[in-house]
Design a protein around this ligand. Structure first.
Ligand code: COD
Ligand code: ZN
Ligand code: ZN
Length: 376
């Protein structure tokens, strides 16, 4: 049946308010307006940022909302003026859009498009309306994507065509977690062959940083976590040593300084803990070291350190989505996965039917899953 131009009724996981389970509902999805596309979602991962909203940690999020921002699917229909995708194309929705026109999109070194909804959480399309309703109520979207639904509508800046043969249940992780971590190593830090790296926090993001360090040819990859259960997987993915700060009396940066004869070349904070951010900085070499902040710290928190730490020559940086310009880079990341440059199978720890989405959140909270991929 041709659904073009029609309202689609489908299943979605609606979060009516924070601190509640998600609720599987029948929703209505309006057709795409000009420069928008409607996507049939086929696979979607549960990421820590989705859970931040459920836990009420994202202050200005509007409710009710359809979460989800890491996914893959197929274009169902396109609005007027859409040129980059057509119905039937395999696509990845982009929580970090690339409009191609704003100040960030024209700056070659920037990737944070002004159309991004990160930190703003307006939760609406660019005409300030939503394409979702449920029980007569407007439902908001989440960071330009909303993928915990059978169908979603996004701006053309927030979607990109990928290879026709891409395995959607795997490449969905390129929509957030994998690219965020991997890109932090190869694109933001620009890890070099033979270098020494330290990765703090071994969730899906930290493990993806390890994959990136390994692909870049790092000779030592030191993985750090307070939960030693995380070490086995870190080693499988390329960590050469694993350390638990709880096993050491001295501060972790002293341990790392000693282990590496004066500090690592690259350190990555993949937790969102301001104290660990400073530990990561102190762990790097005083004049050759680079530290990348990947984790999102609580709003309004502050980082404090002596300026001498960077005056001596260290670099401290951060980036969203691994510094990748999303539309330009995601298709290549998909092709690299398909050609075997790296694999993501070990990150995809669980698979669940969409209806069991709340179980997927539980697994993430208990630290039992890296990524749960939901299928419809
Ligand atoms: N020292 C060492 N390890 C620690 C410490 C500590 N003090 N505290 C916690 N840990 C470990 C935990 O045991 C856990 O293994 C790990 O750190 C954190 O892992 P997760 O599973 O909580 O987190 P991830 O990998 O899913 O990553 C989430 C981030 C925390 C990095 C989160 O901030 C994020 O998703 N950042 C992406 C930023 C971004 O681009 N966001 C927009 C869309 S997601
Ligand atoms: Zn995410
Ligand atoms: Zn832009």
């Amino acid at each position: 049946m041709d659904t073009t131009g029609k309202v689609i009724k489908c299943r979605a996981a609606v979060l009516w308010e924070a601190h509640k389970p998600l609720s599987i509902e029948e929703i209505e999805v309006a057709p795409p307006k000009a420069h928008e596309v409607r996507i049939k979602i086929l696979a979607t991962g549960i990421c820590r940022s989705d859970d931040h909203v459920v836990e009420g940690a994202i202050a200005n999020q509007k409710f009710p909302v359809i979460l989800g921002h890491e996914a893959a699917g197929i274009i169902e229909s396109v609005g007027e003026g859409v040129t980059s995708v057509k119905p039937g194309d395999k696509v990845i929705p982009l929580f970090l859009p690339q409009c191609g026109e704003c100040r960030s999109c024209v700056e070659p070194k920037s990737n944070l498009c002004y159309k991004a909804d990160i930190g703003k959480h307006f939760g609406l399309m660019s005409d300030n309306t939503s394409r979702f309703t449920c029980k007569g109520q407007v439902v908001h979207n989440f960071i330009c994507t909303s993928t915990f639904t059978e169908y979603t509508v996004v701006d053309e800046a927030s979607v990109v065509k990928i290879h026709d043969d891409a395995p959607l249940d795997k490449v969905c992780v390129i929509g957030c977690g994998f690219s965020t971590g991997y890109g932090s190593a190869v694109n933001v830090a620009k890890v070099e062959a033979g270098s020494t790296c330290a990765v703090f926090g071994l969730g899906g993001i930290g493990l993806s940083v390890i994959i990136g360090c390994k692909v870049a040819g790092a000779s030592r990859i030191i993985a750090i976590d307070v939960n030693s259960d995380k070490f086995a997987k870190a080693k499988e993915l390329g960590a050469t040593e694993c350390i638990n700060p709880k096993d050491h009396e001295n501060p972790i940066h002293e341990v790392l300084q000693k282990m590496t004869n004066g500090g690592v070349h690259y350190s990555f904070e993949c937790i969102g803990n301001t104290e660990v951010m400073v530990s990561a900085l102190r762990s790097s070499h005083f004049s050759a070291g680079t530290t990348v902040i990947v984790g999102v710290a609580p709003s309004f928190s502050k980082v404090s350190f002596e300026p001498m730490l960077v005056l001596t020559g260290r670099t401290l940086k951060g980036a969203i989505f691994g510094g990748y310009r999303s539309k330009d880079c995601v298709p290549q990341l998909v092709s690299d996965l398909m050609s075997g440059k790296y694999e993501v199978d070990k990150l995809l720890s669980h698979k669940l039917p969409f209806n069991e989405i709340n179980k997927g959140f539980e697994l993430l909270r208990k630290g039992e899953s890296i990524r749960t991929v939901l299928h419809f």
